[in-house]
Design a protein around this ligand. Structure first.
Ligand SMILES: C[S@@+](CC[C@H](N)C(=O)[O-])C[C@H]1O[C@@H](n2cnc3c(N)ncnc32)[C@H](O)[C@@H]1O
Ligand code: SF4
Length: 397
């Protein structure tokens, strides 16, 4: 057995990465350390490794350098892992998504909920208040509002005021932005430090309007400017598809020019009007994402998805990421008054986790669907043994 048999060496564009998949841990060595580590990998003793090293140092100096390097790496066996269902406990809810309505002032060609002006399903206000109050009791402090178009929900600013009445609460509103000007005066009465708007931009003018309709691009930019003028936080969300992928770096530039500090990318769902023709495989997204990241870094703005991945990669060694927080710390409520594991799954019958009217806590703790979601773990995945990046990336939701 080699001295570094618990570490794997991979390369990305010529850059070596050493990974300890089970801990997990990783490092990127400089060229000489890489040579030392490679010699260590195949050898069964430090003497043997030192003899294999092609460098110009003396055997003793090489052996010393190797010993130091070897001792810096953790070789203790990590604790056994039996999946997150066995490791975690339900403690408190952190966030709740409220899909207020399927009504929309647009009828976008990619909409996973096929929302439109004709759609009617809307969460009854009393049920919504019950859900917000129960979620708060369960520890939730982050309230997302989406749809359809949440700004069409009756007395929406008053709803935000109720949510933000608790000083620890934060609200995030996902919106197409077109109705912002009408409600801005009411929004300015709220605590801007705890109210965030996420506006959808689905490409430069032509691609955006091909999905969202004529005139929507300029109106969106005007809303962004209005938010900036009134000191609101705004994020841009981009549903990445075949038509707008190549425009991502230019969209980053546009966002920066309109004072937006970060972008949030949504990966395409094949649901509702979202179709296969719009889908882009992840491998095709990566180079454009890297170019967009470079553009963002040059302009001092961030891409949420990269920041959250960075957060995972630079966690303390030994931190295992396994799945999303759906069903554990996060729930979604649909316009039908039903609970679902996550916002993209709202309205899917097989994933109905129970009625809010029967109690949010009951669904959260007792729904068999949520129990299955919580049990689902990387340990079930086909490439669990073979994938050295699994605990760093955490798998899909
Ligand atoms: C469903 S909309 C609701 C909020 C609001 N109406 C809006 O458009 O921002 C929320 C986000 O989902 C995105 N979206 C719609 N259809 C999608 C799909 N098929 N795949 C991924 N994201 C999608 C939208 O572009 C938007 O950013
Ligand atoms: S993506 Fe948003 S704006 Fe477009 S139809 Fe769907 S809900 Fe409406």
């Amino acid at each position: 057995m080699g001295l570094l048999s618990d570490w794997q060496r991979r390369t990305w564009q010529g850059c070596p990465i050493y990974l300890h998949p089970e801990r997990p841990d990783w490092l990127v060595p400089g060229p000489e350390a890489d040579q030392l580590l490679q010699a260590l990998q195949g050898a069964s003793s430090l003497d043997e490794a030192a003899r294999r090293f092609p460098g110009r140092r003396s055997l003793t100096a090489t052996r010393l350098a190797m010993e130091r390097l070897h001792s810096q790496l953790d070789h203790a066996a990590p604790p056994a892992y039996h999946g997150r269902g066995a490791e975690l406990q339900l403690t408190s809810l952190k966030e709740c998504w409220f899909h207020l309505t399927n009504r929309c002032n647009l009828a976008c060609r990619h909409c996973l909920f096929a929302a439109s002006p004709a759609a009617q399903e809307t969460m009854p206000p009393a049920l919504l208040r019950q859900a917000i109050s129960e979620a708060t009791e369960l520890g939730c402090t982050l309230f997302y509002f989406t749809g359809g178009e949440p700004l069409l929900y009756p007395q929406f600013p008053a709803l935000l005021r109720e949510v933000l009445a608790k000083p620890s609460s934060q609200a995030v509103v996902l919106t197409n932005g077109l109705l912002l000007a009408e409600q801005l005066a009411a929004f300015t009465q709220l605590d801007r430090a705890r109210l965030h708007f996420q506006l959808s931009l689905d490409g430069l003018a032509e691609s955006h309007e091909a999905l969202r309709g004529p005139g929507t691009f300029d109106r969106l930019l005007a809303s962004l400017d209005l938010l900036r003028l009134n000191n609101f936080h705004a994020t841009i969300s981009v549903a990445v598809n075949r038509a707008n992928l190549g425009e991502l770096p230019a969209m980053v530039k546009l966002a920066a020019e309109h004072g937006v500090g970060n972008l949030h990318l949504l990966w395409h769902f094949l649901r509702g009007k979202g179709n296969q023709g719009q889908f882009v495989p992840p491998a095709a997204i990566l180079p454009v994402l890297l170019a967009a990241h470079a553009e963002a870094a040059a302009r001092g703005i961030t891409i949420d998805n990269i920041e959250s991945l960075k957060g995972q990669l630079f966690s303390s060694p030994g931190t295992r990421y396994d799945g999303s927080n759906a069903g554990w710390e996060s729930l979604a409520i649909g316009p039908d008054g039903m609970v679902y594991p996550s916002p993209a799954l709202v309205g899917i019958d097989a994933l109905n986790c129970g009625a809010v009217s029967d109690g949010l806590e009951k669904s959260w703790r007792q729904s068999p669907v949520l129990a299955a979601v919580r049990r689902a773990s990387l340990t079930d995945s086909a490439d669990y043994e073979a994938n050295p990046f699994k605990f760093l990336i955490g798998g899909g939701p």
